[in-house]
Design a protein around this ligand. Sequence first.
Ligand code: ATP
Ligand code: MG
Length: 438
Amino acid sequence: MSERNWQVYIAHHSKEEDLAEELAKHIREAGYEVVHRGTVMVGESFTEEVSKVLSTGGAVVLCGTSRALGTRWASQIVNAARQQTYGGQTRVFCLQMEEDADVGRLSFDECIALYWQNPAKAIEDLIAALKKHYPVNNTIAHSVYRLLQAPPLPISFVERPEYSNDLKTRLLTESSSDNRALVITAIHGLGSVGKSTLAAALAHDAEIQTCFCDGILWATLGQQPDVLSLLSGWVQALGDYNFKPTSAEAASAHLRTLLYDKAVLLVVDDAWNTKDAQAFNVGGARCQVLVTTREGAIADALKASIYSLDIMTATQAMELLTKNLGREISGKERQSAEKLAEGVGYLPLALELAAAQVTSGTTWTDLLRDIKQEIARLKSLDRPGAKDTTDEASLKRLSLTASLNLSIKRLSPEDKEYFTWLGVLPEDVSMALQYLLC
Ligand SMILES: Nc1ncnc2c1ncn2[C@@H]1O[C@H](COP(=O)(O)OP(=O)(O)OP(=O)(O)O)[C@@H](O)[C@H]1O
Ligand SMILES: [Mg+2]
């Protein structure tokens, strides 16, 4: 294998982020770019992440604790690694973290380092094995590592320059100004209109990354965030593994010290109340905060500059449908698709759901008819205010609810049961949409 900047994916249990980061530190020092994500837990999205690393020829380090091996993904990744061979290369390197963690059944020809016996020796063996199979070019590898916590963009991502250009300009110009106060920007809009996706697109922009050269931190709050745990995650992401805060206030104060002279973009996604969001205003003068929220009042209370995000344009909606279907939509079919896009109010999530249904055999016309009927049914429900729903925002909400209801109605009884179980997942678990809909 030639020298290059190899990627190494650390596969670990989502509750063992500390351990993974401890390993990551050593592997990075040896000159590798390390990817690991505590949020990746659900089968499909997890294997997608691993596949990305494997498809570029990278290696997987399995952080083999009993807890991690007790889940089915451990064998999934080993199988994924075996299926994607890269010049007959050893792909998976197992670390046995505890004496009773049975990594042997998964490792076959791969290196096993006995971390539980002697951590320092295990790391040394692991690095030696990695270097043997994946020689590194240290000058490239060190320059590639960057702290980027933003979620990946959807495969069917559609640019929305009418919003992203202004937001990008604001982030870049505020960074170059002499302003000493922490700048806060909020993306405000209806549920599922694309706020988080827009924030992620900004975080993945090369100029934004250059501007915030010390990294991009991301926390998805939701209605009941575990603020202490999210803040602790930021502390560790900034390289401090010794500080164990016992309160959110202590964590915020410590982050202020860590971020004092750093240029970091702090993304506070899906804020539902001002107090929670405020705990993340921990940047120094070179940092900025980007908040996404459905609640305009939160943006006001944070004294943020507000950017209101609305539905997609008809052209963007068609691009989203085309990308989701994975083929061109032309002629008569295009006209039906255009009507459907209008029928679901050009909302990105409703469009994704529609595309999934068309892929599974429903016709555009049937789908549009059913959506209209469902909207009418929802309007006529005997709920206060529902009958005379006329304002634009409520109509958009209705069209989204109708799209969701239809998608759920069409699930098989077995899939409906899986869907019900999804309700137990926390808000920021990433998961492929098609897993939900197929
Ligand atoms: N620009 C886009 N291109 C492709 N897909 C998009 C785009 N924007 C949003 N989507 C899709 O629409 C769905 C909803 O988007 P997103 O989660 O960003 O909405 P949101 O406004 O953050 O919603 P919420 O208020 O619930 O947090 C996602 O599945 C996402 O993949
Ligand atoms: Mg969101």
